[in-house]
Design a binder for this molecule. Structure first.
Ligand code: DUC
Ligand code: ZN
Ligand code: ZN
Ligand code: ZN
Length: 488
């Protein structure tokens, strides 16, 4: 049996063009994109007149079913993905965490966790220690397991953090495999020292978290990672860019021609640290993530950098813990599980904050929420495009409709939402995942096991250079970048 779908009369948007056209889908694949497609009456027809038909969002940074700081994130591969689909994201790339340093055991565990997937997903691999075994396992990941990116932690001293010597060896290994090196860039010794200082001062509440790891620590580690990647001469991807300090380092390096990718996350783009002063523990603790959500002015500068191409794509770091889990840190901020939500909200918030406000075009929206991620991780044009042959992961967004965010109505299992009460314009009315309509009329129809693992091959375009068709894209990356200062 074949499922056939026609999306009629919408404005089809790709990363650098848009046109009014119909989109015809068969068996999970886009078959045709052109005006006035005629079909028989065995085809389900969706009217998209006056709406945007776009590639489903791809979230490059999530943590589902992640065991961290004595808790496990409240969303697993089913609930987190269901939330994603309700918000217009049709694929995510999650971080596999090694088990006792073993990448293979870590992957095995994540293969089990992800069996209940209801949308397509891929994996990055975190590297939490370094030795010859890990180095060999990296080869297996790239050559046999469909993983082409490795994340190194410069923070979390005593657990995940690795030193510069090992970071250099890891970067070298990535280069030799054609895999992308990623970093969590915070100075881990600095954050450790900052925490000690807070405790000495008697500051044990959630505000101590942000105060103990200020932007300078993020800027320093970002600069160091960039210079070390430059020394090895391999591309670098900086995850969760939260501060002007880090963004400026990335921007400067890119101006000098270095291959550095900067990923802001939606919490860092649209929130600020006014929560620091909330007297209610849970209300404050729900915002605790690393690097911390910064003072007003940082998010606005990150938005501007995204609009000018100094930062390239938006993730979430979706890593939600509910109130009882956050309460583990009631007496000591160091025990608050780090992480916030975002997988369901990213597409709406980027639309509202960046497109509705006039900071970026609709085509740029597709680029920063979907296409750029597909390109970097070498799954374009299977993902990240509305064109014949691509997977039918599609959303229909109504620019005249509105959305409202609340823990009462969201699809995550979390009992809080860091974007609580946000109202904005532009609503994802339909989500199509693998050719099936899974979100329509505010109703989800999802099935565990329907999502597929997407293998990602090495040697992405970052290594090989960029083809003719992408010259326009390349020139957009060379746009001039100005320096920013926080306004407060
Ligand atoms: N930061 C978080 O806030 N959560 C997950 C891991 C991380 O680096
Ligand atoms: Zn991180
Ligand atoms: Zn993360
Ligand atoms: Zn193109």
């Amino acid at each position: 049996s074949s499922t056939k779908l026609l999306i009629k009369g919408g404005t089809v948007v790709n990363a650098h063009d848009m046109e009014v056209a119909d989109v015809y889908v068969e068996d999970g694949i886009i078959v045709a994109v052109r005006p006035n497609i005629k079909v028989g009456d065995d085809v389900t027809v969706l009217d998209a007149t006056g709406k945007f038909v776009m590639p489903g969002g791809i979230d490059p940074h999530t943590h589902l079913a992640f065991e961290f700081m004595g808790s496990e994130t409240i969303d697993d591969f089913f609930s987190g993905q269901a939330a994603a689909l309700a918000g217009g994201t049709t694929m995510h790339i999650d971080f596999v965490i090694p088990v006792n340093g073993s990448l293979l055991s870590g992957l095995e565990a994540y293969e089990k966790k992800s069996k209940k997937s209801c949308m397509d997903y891929g994996f990055h691999m975190a590297i939490t220690k370094w030795d010859e075994v890990v180095s060999k396992e990296m080869e297996i990941m790239v050559n046999e397991k469909g993983i082409n990116s490795f994340k190194f932690f410069m923070a979390y001293k005593g657990s995940l953090m690795i030193n510069d010597e090992l970071l250099l060896q890891g970067f070298q290994k990535c280069k030799s495999l054609g895999a992308l090196a990623m970093v969590h860039a915070e100075n881990g010794d600095g954050a450790y020292e900052g925490q000690r200082r807070m405790i000495e001062l008697g500051i044990t509440g959630p505000e101590g978290h942000a105060l103990s790891r200020p932007p300078v620590l993020e800027g320093e580690a970002t600069a160091r990672a960039i210079k070390l990647a430059g020394f090895v001469n391999t591309p670098l991807y900086v995850v969760h860019v939260m501060s002007i300090d880090a963004m400026e380092e990335i921007s400067e390096a890119r101006k000098s021609g270095q291959k550095v990718i900067g990923e802001p996350v939606v919490s860092g783009l649209v929130l600020n640290d006014s929560w620091l002063w909330d007297p209610d523990f849970i209300t404050a603790a729900k915002y605790v993530m690393s690097p911390p959500i910064r003072a007003a002015g940082h998010g606005e500068a990150l938005q501007a950098a995204l609009s000018m191409g100094a930062l390239q794509l938006v993730g979430t770091d979706h890593c939600p813990f509910n109130s009882t889990q956050k309460a583990l840190g009631i007496d000591d901020f160091q025990k608050i599980p780090n992480g916030v939500n975002g997988i369901e909200e990213r597409m709406h918030l980027v639309w509202d904050t960046m497109v509705e406000s006039g900071q970026i075009s609709v085509t740029d929206y597709v680029r920063v929420t979907s296409t750029e991620c597909a390109r970097i991780f070498n799954i374009y044009p299977r993902k990240g495009a509305i064109r014949a042959g691509s997977d039918a992961d599609i959303i229909i967004l109504n620019p005249n409709s509105s959305f409202e965010i609340s823990a009462k109505s969201h699809h995550s299992r979390s009992d809080t939402n860091v974007f609580e009460g946000w109202r904005g314009k532009g609503k994802v009315e339909v989500t199509i995942s693998g050719g099936r309509v899974v979100w329509l009329n505010d109703e989800l129809k999802v099935f565990p096991g329907s999502g597929k693992y997407v293998e990602m091959r090495p040697f992405s375009y970052l290594f090989n250079g960029i083809g003719k068709a992408d010259e326009k894209y390349l020139s957009s990356l060379k746009a001039p970048v100005k320096r920013f200062r926080a306004t407060t």
